[in-house]
Design a protein around this ligand. Structure first.
Ligand code: F6R
Length: 372
């Protein structure tokens, strides 16, 4: 049942290409105009999708990190402002919500108490709620106006892996559906973005081939006290997710930072031998992102940190500054997180195993957090 693995989580990491492909299945329907995005249970009319003037994304933990990525895609494609909030903070600060607000609630289990309460609060304020959920018929989709199911099958490992990648794909579907309804993207552009998403599972499979290299690095680092993660733009939520995985599985102190914040504090932590994992943006994306991160790596390497760099294949500019270089296939900037997250999951699982921990059942954690 664990597909030849000792742990469900390792099997679930390998299932990610299928999880993303299945989540996309049926969401693009060919019609007389070439094709269009369709959501699962579309109880949000196109008219409503056109009239939303802001989007809130609410979630917890890894699901929240997937929500941070939704912001980049939705704002870029639709020009609608998006705020991403921890569900546990959302309703306590009296957020400004009304009929023209779309609240996207992301939850693998669909039962997380904080996210459910955020949904209830949003509905009381007359906002419309779209759930992204991995569990059919769970409470959050039941109380929402519409739902997109991530179709990964049950996720058994407590640490979210395949559900996270599938959530990212589902979030991007929301962005494309909004862009389509609002006309901020032409139908052929929407079709092209969807095709890009559809090409990701094949690339995720290729990232899985880095596992032996990533495991070797993880075993070397298993006994360090701290690991830092750095990213910029969409690489920032990836850094947060990498740090969360390491905390929850390997019980290590791990922090994810926006690379630009380095100089505002975290650089004080850098010392000889400290492992820093850096998520490099694609060199074919915005040049400024790439060059800024490059200079961050240079700075921390000069201070003696051990730099473990996740970069696009063929990005030779990083080589001189990378003590370890993990190469992932080229992908447009917005889609890179579907690739760059994968080595971080493998890394955390391997450190945990090297330390003798049960990666499916980390201490003190429950798969579904039904109390606030
Ligand atoms: C991390 C993890 C948790 C969940 C969080 C939200 O690996 O699994 O952080 O992401 O508890 O759970 P759901 O998505 O079920 O609402």
């Amino acid at each position: 049942e664990k597909g030849g693995h000792d742990y469900f989580m390792l099997k679930e990491i390998e299932e990610q290409p299928t999880a993303v492909a299945d989540t996309l299945l049926g969401h693009f329907v060919i019609d007389e105009k070439g094709g269009r995005i369709v959501l699962d249970e579309q109880r949000l009319a196109d008219q409503e999708l056109r009239e939303f003037d802001k989007v809130f994304v609410v979630a917890c933990g890894s699901s929240y990190h997937s929500g941070l990525l939704a912001k980049y895609a939705i704002e870029h494609w639709t020009r609608v402002p998006v705020e991403v909030e921890l569900a546990s903070e959302f309703r306590y600060r009296d957020p400004v919500l009304d009929r023209s607000t779309l609240v996207v609630a992301i939850s693998q289990s669909g039962e997380t108490a904080d996210t459910l309460e955020a949904v209830r609060h949003a509905k009381e304020q007359k906002a419309r709620v779209l759930a992204i959920c991995n569990t059919n018929g769970a409470q959050i989709p039941r109380e929402s106006d519409a739902v997109i199911y991530t179709r990964t099958g049950p996720e058994i490992g407590v640490a979210s892996t395949k559900a996270f990648l599938a959530q990212v794909a589902a979030n991007y579907l929301v962005g494309l559906a909004l862009a389509q309804a609002r006309g901020t993207k032409y139908p052929d552009e929407v079709a092209r973005e969807f095709a890009e998403l559809e090409s990701m599972p094949k690339l995720i499979s290729r990232v899985l081939e880095t596992a032996p290299q990533v495991r070797a690095i993880a075993r070397e680092l298993a006994h360090v006290p701290t690991v830092l993660f750095l990213g910029r733009h969409v690489g920032y939520p990836v850094a947060l997710e990498g740090a969360l995985k390491l905390k929850e599985l390997a019980y290590l102190h791990a922090e994810g930072f926006a690379a630009g914040e380095l100089k505002h504090g975290p650089i004080a932590l850098i010392e000889q031998g400290l492992p820093v994992i850096i998520v490099m943006p694609s060199p074919k994306g915005r040049a400024v992102l790439h060059s800024k991160l490059l200079s961050n790596i240079r700075e921390i390497q000069a201070r003696g940190a051990r730099t473990i760099v996740i970069a696009e294949e063929g990005d030779d500019t990083v080589r001189p500054f990378a003590d370890d270089l993990i190469e992932i296939p080229a992908a447009p900037t917005l889609y890179q997180p579907l690739l760059s997250t994968v080595p971080l999951q493998i890394f955390a699982a391997e450190v945990a195993q090297a330390l003798g921990y049960d990666v499916d059942k980390p201490r003190n954690l429950a798969k579904s957090v039904t109390v606030e």
